[in-house]
Design a protein around this ligand. Structure first.
Ligand code: GDP
Ligand code: GDP
Length: 434
């Protein structure tokens, strides 16, 4: 299960500045490989070799006068549920405010690690002023400057110590599927159709939901885990429409899954928020099957399906190589295919392509279409190998790897997709010096 760090605190203390500092370098790498636009509030970070997700909860608070405090309260509450570690940021310039006190009060009552970062400690004098924040009663304080980076290393050292170790997972090798999508697309209905009576009733008490969202099933001659985010929804009306909440929930499910079944509503088509979820999946390099649900409600003329599918793929560029299935969860149409296809994508994602086959095919393709030369220097790719990572990634060894550009990388990826079974699977391609 991924480690999630939630940054909480009132506005202007420097949450987004800290978020950027934590995620920038890592994101730059991820973006380059996936072609996905950078998310301003959710990103990946790494410290001492431990990877984790960072969420800037402030990014999801709507700035509207009176409801402000209430929004922040909600945001903190939700973060408590979903995050592994809470990073509470305060501002040494303004000192302790009422809102800081209120947040601290909530945080003192929970049994999750909370780290108090006193931000804007840009110089030595401010270190003394930072001591005032011990009054918040949250234990040790971590004076940092998000702008110049001082103190952040010490903070991160402590932060990663709170992560749970990646233990050998129980049921390793058994596919984990997550059903994700916006509210009302039909997630609960699909789960009920797939597994009916066996479905676990998720207790709406904080803390008890966490482990029960992952349930193992043996159905239709398949053995798999299902990550049930739909059940979590029953948690309470307040948070229902909060984008932040659905984002958090999706992130947890996606991080836990091998393959995500992304549901969209056929009557609405693929919308911006659906694409956002797709990007979360790609950024986490998980397998994906897109399910167009409520297909029974769409008026069918000849060609509707093809045209519909084309439109979806265009909106998903550059990553378009994934299965799309038109289903009706309520009428049990093609739901069996869903499971079959999810299985296929799982196998595509876990396969190890034989080195000999990989080299034979790719080196031929490269010989036909070599990378363009750079300032008169020829670029030669000599060898390809699949790296021993969870999700497929490949290293191409070349004499001058630094001169290979994005379009050529895309060419290589497309050729690989033509030849090998990589449907539904985001892949990574690296160039290395040989
Ligand atoms: P958020 O609303 O909590 O996300 O706060 P922002 O990250 O947007 O920062 C609010 C303001 O504080 C901006 O003008 C930042 O440039 C400034 N700021 C953030 N971190 C620091 C810091 O470490 N030192 C100083 N002096 N200013 C900072
Ligand atoms: P969730 O919020 O994603 O879990 O969505 P639900 O499963 O609660 O479904 C939302 C609404 O859509 C309910 O009224 C369902 O009955 C309806 N619904 C779900 N799947 C279908 C479908 O395939 N066809 C039609 N017509 N309605 C559906």
């Amino acid at each position: 299960m991924g480690n999630i760090v939630a940054i909480v605190g009132r506005p202007n203390v420097g949450k987004s500045t800290l978020f950027n500092r934590l995620t920038e370098s890592k994101e730059a790498i991820v973006d380059q490989t996936s072609g996905v636009t950078r998310d301003r509030h959710y990103g990946k970070s790494e410290w001492n070799g431990r990877e984790f997700s960072v969420i800037d909860t402030g990014g999801y608070v709507t700035h509207s006068g009176d409801v402000f405090e209430e929004e922040i309260r909600k945001q903190v509450l939700l973060a408590l549920d979903e995050a592994s570690v809470i990073l509470f940021v305060v501002d040494v310039e303004s000192g302790i405010t009422d809102l800081d006190e209120a947040v601290a009060h909530m945080l003192r009552k929970i049994d999750k690690p909370v780290l108090l970062a006193v931000n804007k400690v840009d110089n030595y004098e401010r270190r003394y002023e930072a001591n005032d924040f011990y009054r918040l009663g949250l234990g040790e304080i971590y004076p940092i400057s998000s702008i110049n980076g001082s103190g952040t290393g010490d903070l991160l050292d402590v932060l990663v110590e709170h992560f749970s170790e990646e233990k050998d997972r129980e049921g390793e090798g058994i596919p984990r599927f997550a059903i994700v999508g916006r509210p009302n697309v039909g997630k609960s209905t699909l789960i009920n159709t797939l597994i009916g009576e066996e479905r676990n009733i998720v207790t709406p008490i904080p803390g008890t939901t966490r482990d029960s969202i992952l349930t193992r099933y043996r159905k239709f001659s398949h053995d798999f885990y299902l990550i049930d985010t739909a059940g979590l929804r029953k948690k309470g009306k307040v948070s229902e429409d909060l984008e932040f909440y659905s984002v958090l929930r999706s992130i947890r499910a996606i991080e836990t899954a091998d393959v995500c079944l992304l549901l969209i509503d056929a009557t609405r088509g693929l919308e911006g928020q659906d694409v956002n979820i797709l990007h979360l999946i790609i950024r986490n390099r998980k397998g994906v099957v897109l399910l167009v649900n409520k297909w029974d409600l769409v008026e069918k003329q000849t060609n509707t399906l093809k045209g519909y599918e084309k439109q979806i793929r265009e909106k998903c560029a550059p990553f378009q190589d994934f299965p799309i299935i038109f289903i009706s969860a309520i009428h049990k149409q093609r739901v069996f295919r869903v499971l079959e296809t999810a299985m296929e994508v799982f196998h595509n994602r876990t396969q190890k392509i034989q080195t000999a086959a990989l080299n034979k095919y790719m080196l031929e393709a490269i010989e036909e279409h070599p990378p363009p030369s750079h300032k008169g220097k020829y670029i030669r790719i000599k060898y390809v190998s699949q790296l021993p990572t969870h999700a497929p990634s490949f290293a191409f060894y070349a004499n001058l790897p630094q001169y290979i550009r994005e379009p050529y990388k895309r060419f290589l990826e497309n050729r690989m997709r033509e030849k090998f079974r990589l449907t539904g699977v985001p892949i990574q391609i690296f160039f290395r010096k040989k």
